[in-house]
Design a binder for this molecule. Structure first.
Ligand code: N7H
Length: 558
């Protein structure tokens, strides 16, 4: 165990030991690989599928394997002061839709799941999610996940090297082909049929870690509580805050609150958040079906991004606003986009640098996520071995009125941090966190304002893990992203002002899909702009369940 895993804290509750050899690695650790393949299969013969699943089970990467790799990678990088050359790994994880589970077990077994969303599938929930009802974005046009293309299972294969990824994908396809006596692509072969496959890729070079609009992604994740061995301080999420700082009881790192594992992993042994107490948990209920223990619900959403439309809007609108308001006379397209996202392209949060991007702030491992919204951020005391260099960037001030970071900025919508929301105090929103593992697909568009003949086939292969699709992913979409007033509206002397949709992921099926976004220009002036509805469109998706290794072997493959 590294000395950075944590220190003993007076008053800290005991955290459960996670079943690290039984839980799939992408759920709690994350593959964090530059190359990933998403393979969607239909099961056309359950017995053949089961035979293959038995062979596959030992290849499914677990939390302990992915964590061991991550720890080794970090230890080598820290000692060598550079990325360890040649250290690569290739991982596979699996998840099933309710139709897949029904084929491998029975309808009775599926009906034991309490989640209606899971049983119905994403396409059936599209109208609830606010998805477009006309051609573009409508499930009928989805590349995967619609009627006729509903998968039974999803394989995620991930590797540091594209060649290694493709070799592993070939190995898997050949293995299936040899069992069923024909290739997975052939419609008539009984067994498993590949209905859709797509590769996601971390862009190379300077854009590494950035999504297609050009913003750094994958910065903020919940700090999942729980230990990975019986050692008292062997935490899954390293605790880097000095024991003298009161935040050490509630946070793993600056800006990373701790969340009980029952919010991400199904199972009675994993406690869940208490709505009023951020430190002590509530007990979890017994899973239904019992074999769902150590599993997690996976939401996959293929989101096409219209990069040219996004940046065209920013350029046009920034000009309009700069000429309309004295306070915005220096507004650039990039600054408007940063207000819309809540972070600059580098990842630097507007809460800490409102007027211009700061690559040095973005590069600081702790400063980049050390901010709140309602309250000013106090300096956090870190354990000495990680405190260097100190975070001496200007701290984030209090912004309870949404003057610095708009209430509807993407990151304030989906994680309001310390804001009071329509649910109540900030303790209420920790149970709304999800673990994100997405990756871009398609080629980077280098000149968004001159797209030429570009067909715009690019976007995000969004992957989110949670214990409840309804109260996490669907809540984020329906109650916050698609709402113009939640989690927070502007209160002003002249009356309440709608804050607008989530400008990135909010959907609006009616009114030509037009959405709104309100910028607070000064305490009394609000500018509500109409946003085009086509920046981010769903083009595929599904609700899956990522089972434990035990359930895979003893129930699904049995
Ligand atoms: Fe978002 N973007 O580029 O604008 N997202 N997201 N997201 N997102 C985040 O903090 C983006 C999507 C969350 O804790 C960042 O990692 C795009 C869906 C959450 O502060 C950026 C798409 C959902 C967070 C983007 C997209 C979420 C988050 C800042 C689709 C869930 C953490 C980087 C094409 C329903 C917020 C970071 C926090 C952050 C973008 C999708 C949720 C830059 C382009 C579907 C919870």
């Amino acid at each position: 165990m590294s000395p950075e895993q944590g220190t003993s804290l007076v008053g800290a509750p005991e955290e459960p030991i996670l079943d690290v050899t039984d839980i799939q690695g992408n759920v709690l650790v994350g593959f964090n690989k530059d190359h990933q393949a998403f393979l969607f299969f239909e099961i056309t013969d359950a017995l053949i599928a089961k035979r293959w699943l038995q062979l596959l089970a030992p290849h499914i990467a677990t939390v302990d394997e992915t964590l061991a790799f991550r720890r080794l990678f970090r230890a080598m990088r820290s000692r060598r002061k550079q990325e360890p050359f040649g250290l690569i790994a290739t991982w596979t994880n699996i998840a099933f839709t309710s139709t897949g589970i029904e084929k491998l077990t029975s309808l009775d077994e599926v009906n034991k799941f309490t989640s209606d969303a899971f049983k119905l599938g994403m396409a059936a929930r599209a109208s609830l999610l606010g998805d477009p009802t006309d051609k573009q974005g409508n499930p009928q046009g989805w590349v995967v996940g619609a009627a006729g293309t509903t998968p039974d299972l999803l394989l995620i294969v991930a590797s540091d090297k594209r060649n290694a990824l493709r070799t592993e994908v070939r190995r898997i396809k050949n293995e299936i082909a040899s069992i069923q006596g024909g290739p997975v692509e052939r419609a008539k072969t009984r067994g498993l049929r590949l209905i859709y496959a797509e590769e996601g890729e971390n862009p190379p070079g300077k854009l590494s870690g950035h999504e297609h609009f050009g913003f750094k992604d994958g910065i903020s994740q919940p700090g999942i509580r729980g230990r990975v061995s019986s050692a008292p301080l062997d935490f899954l999420t390293p605790r880097l805050i000095d024991s003298q700082d009161p935040l050490a009881l509630t946070h793993a790192q600056p800006g990373q609150p701790l969340v009980w594992p029952g919010e991400f992993i199904v199972g009675e042994k994993y406690p869940v958040q208490d709505d009023f107490d951020v430190i002590h948990p509530q007990p979890n209920v017994a899973p239904q079906p019992a074999w769902a223990a150590n599993g997690s619900f996976l939401v996959f959403r293929r989101l096409r991004q219209d990069v040219a439309a996004f940046w065209r809007f920013m350029h046009d609108e920034a000009k309009v606003l700069a000429s309309k308001y004295q306070a915005l006379r220096d507004l650039t397209a990039e600054r408007l986009a940063a207000s819309i996202v809540g972070r600059w392209p580098s990842g630097a949060p507007v809460m800490r640098t409102p007027l211009r991007d700061s690559t040095s702030l973005a590069a600081h491992k702790f400063a980049v996520n050390n901010f709140q919204f309602t309250n000013a951020t106090s300096p956090v005391r870190l354990i000495p071995s990680v405190a260097n260099p100190p975070d001496d960037f200007p701290p984030a001030p209090a912004d309870p009125d949404g003057l610095r970071c708009p209430f509807s900025a993407h990151i304030r919508k989906v994680n309001p941090r310390d804001d009071t929301t329509e649910l109540g105090g900030p303790e209420r929103t920790l149970s709304k966190r999800i673990v994100r593992r997405g990756l871009p697909f398609g080629k980077v568009l280098t000149s968004p304002l001159r797209p030429g003949r570009d067909k715009g086939n690019r976007g995000l292969l969004f992957v989110g893990y949670q214990a409840s699709i309804e109260s996490q992913f669907e809540f984020l979409m329906t109650d916050w992203a698609d709402s113009t007033v939640n989690p927070h509206s502007y209160l002003s002397q002249t009356g309440d002002q709608a804050a607008g949709h989530d400008p990135i992921i909010g959907q609006q099926p009616t009114n030509n899909r037009q959405r709104i976004f309100t910028l607070r220009v000064d305490p009394r002036t609000f500018e509500t702009m109409a946003l085009p509805g086509n920046w981010v469109l769903p083009t595929g998706g599904g609700y899956f369940f990522a089972p434990s290794i035990t359930a895979l072997k003893t129930v699904l493959a049995a």
